[in-house]
Design a protein around this ligand. Structure first.
Ligand code: C5P
Length: 227
């Protein structure tokens, strides 16, 4: 059983989400997918017909959006204005627009506050939570019990993402996904507010040679070493 927060950060396609969910289920802890929250706000922006680079209007949409993120590892759901948007937020339109929306300081302030409330609630009720994103160890939960920064070769990450896309019925080629992964990493790492980077006290885990059970096993080892 997990007490406290496990922070998992890193670029896309490192196997972070699947591993975080399984780790949480194994530890009977909660699970928070913060990327889903940035994606949901991005969907709200697109639905409102607002340009993702129009900072002022993006902030208005973010403030007005009613976002609910559940933290059950077996049924993590994202609701926007009461509607389940879990599938739509993984689509190409949102994926293309999410980085500029996530780079807006006020959007991050709103979501970080929301994330901290979900974490506080999980600690009070379940005792532990696995939180996954880009700035969890550095900004959202700087006092997390364990911080892991997942990495993997760009090629390996593109292959993972392509498999996921194909499995959920979206046409994808490794080359196109690789280009998208690299574009998003560059954007997320170079933004002014909360750029993607490992916390000073994070353990780095290279998932290139590992399959999903391998990543989960490595994470469980790290949790046990801390406990
Ligand atoms: O993890 P996922 O690929 O769903 O995240 C989508 C995007 O949301 C990232 O590319 C990044 O721009 C943004 N994000 C972020 N901070 C987080 C989680 C996600 O900026 N904590």
């Amino acid at each position: 059983e997990l007490r406290g927060v496990v922070a998992l950060d890193g670029p896309s396609g490192t196997g972070k989400s699947s591993a975080a969910r399984r780790l949480a289920a194994t530890l009977r802890a909660r699970y928070l997918d913060t990327g889903a929250m940035y994606r949901a706000i991005t969907l709200a922006v697109l639905r409102a017909g607002v340009e993702p680079t129009d900072t002022e209007r993006v902030v208005e949409v973010a403030r007005a959006a009613k976002l609910t993120q559940t933290s059950d590892p077996d049924a993590s759901r994202t609701l926007l204005d009461g509607q389940d948007v879990g599938a739509e937020i993984r689509g190409p339109e949102v994926t293309l627009a999410v980085s500029p929306v996530s780079a807006v300081a006020e959007v991050r302030e709103l979501l970080v506050e929301h994330q901290r409330a979900i974490i506080a609630d999980a600690l009070a009720t379940a005792g532990g939570i696995v939180v996954e994103g880009r700035d969890i160890g550095t900004v959202v939960a700087p006092r997390a019990e364990l911080k892991v920064y997942l990495t993997a070769d760009a090629q390996a990450r593109a292959q993972r993402r392509t498999k996921q896309d194909t499995a959920s019925g979206r046409a994808a080629t490794v080359d196109a996904v690789l280009a998208d992964v690299q574009r998003r990493d560059a954007y997320d790492s170079s933004r002014r507010v909360s750029p993607l980077r490992p916390a000073e006290d994070a353990v780095e885990l290279d998932t290139t040679p590992l399959d999903l059970p391998g990543v989960v096993a490595a994470l469980l080892d790290l949790v046990e070493q801390r406990g």
